[in-house]
Design a protein around this ligand. Structure first.
Ligand code: FBP
Length: 339
């Protein structure tokens, strides 16, 4: 007998809102907007090989990377889903250089949205899981007027909501609003996100480590030693299994659920690290900590890093608490307390 008790994301959000008597419902509506954008992008990804949306868009983004058609489509889908709602005053995307203002004909709202429209771009054309990452803050500037860069450049500790969507064997959405981490799966038979993983907790010590080891020659001695320890080749403990998909959201999600640590250290090619603080690292750090895990840049909590530019990069060590602490201890002992 199938379980008839379906908890959709809409119902779950309403129930969460009841926990906050002062809530106006605007944040709930923002989460509905994200779920809608996720369903639209999921539809594109599912049909990617069948319609002409694979391959390069023949233009580069602010990072100097060649944009994929799906990058552009996902970026436009998210902007369109939010610009008219009256809930956000300004947005920023990993794919765009400057801030994205709310069009003049729409009322600017009290929230700020930052997003990576399609994470794992290098995996789009080879049918490997990709995703969307989002982060929501309250505006700092006076209500009613346009949002500003200062509204966007807030430390991760000020996030009110953060989450990601994975377009993989199924489409899942995982988010936190500061009351734990909850996972939903898109049920194609009803077109709704269903609550299947409430209260996700990540094991304190994991069985996986995830890192692009081809960068090993460019790492500091500290990171070389830390990864050797994770592999168990320095005899200090049992080795963990290596898993690296090359899509941050997919690597992060596996480690969140099964336990493990993901690392993208700074190296001689990317001295500030590769991953973006505002669109990738801060939102996942909020989720990791809410699930009992941790996230650092090798020395500091990612959530304490104060952003100074929209496309700032940072080293990242994220996942199971004890594994992150182990890497941080080895890196600071070997390379010193300051980068
Ligand atoms: P984008 O695809 O959003 O640019 O993200 C960067 C990313 O693809 C991450 O998803 C992933 O963890 C990393 O870069 C892979 O980098 P590399 O190919 O150097 O291992």
């Amino acid at each position: 007998m199938p379980d008839h008790r379906v908890v959709t994301i809409e119902r779950f959000i309403v129930e969460q809102e009841r926990l906050h008597p002062a809530a106006t419902g605007e944040l709930s509506n923002l989460l509905y907007d994200i779920a809608l954008a996720a369903k639209i992008i999921s539809g594109y990804v599912r049909r990617a090989g069948l319609v002409d949306i694979l391959g390069s868009a023949r233009q580069t983004n602010v990072q100097g990377e060649m944009q994929q058609k799906l990058d552009v489509l996902a970026n436009e889908t998210i902007k369109h889903a939010f610009e008219h709602t009256g809930r956000v005053c300004v947005m920023a995307s990993e794919e765009e250089e400057g801030l994205i203002p709310t069009p003049a004909q729409f009322q600017p709202g009290k929230y700020v949205l930052l997003f990576d429209p399609l994470d794992g771009s290098s995996n789009i054309d080879v049918n490997v899981s990709i995703g969307t990452i989002f982060s929501i803050h309250r505006r700092l500037s006076p209500e009613g007027g346009p949002g500003t860069v200062q509204d966007l450049l807030q430390p991760g500790s000020k996030q009110v909501v953060a989450g990601y969507i994975i377009y993989g064997s199924s489409t899942i959405m995982v988010y936190t609003s500061g009351d734990g981490v909850h996972g939903f799966t898109l049920d194609p038979t009803i077109g709704e996100f269903r609550l299947l993983s409430p209260e996700i907790r990540t094991p304190a010590c994991g069985r996986y480590y995830s890192v692009n080891e081809s960068n090993y020659p460019r790492w500091t001695p500290g990171y070389r030693k830390a990864v050797s320890t994770l592999k168990g080749v320095d005899g200090t403990g049992p080795g963990r299994n290596c898993r690296y998909i090359g899509s941050l959201v997919a690597d992060f999600h596996r480690n969140l659920v099964a336990g493990g640590v993901f690392l993208y250290p700074a190296d001689t090619k990317s001295p500030q690290g590769k991953l973006r603080l505002l669109y990738e690292c801060a939102p996942l750090a909020f989720i990791a900590e809410q699930a009992g895990g941790a996230a650092t840049d090798g020395r500091r909590r990612i959530l304490e890093v104060g952003p100074t530019t929209l496309h700032q990069r940072t080293p990242l060590v994220i996942g199971s608490k004890e594994d992150v602490a182990l890497v941080e201890r080895i890196v600071t002992e070997t390379d010193g307390a300051t980068a």
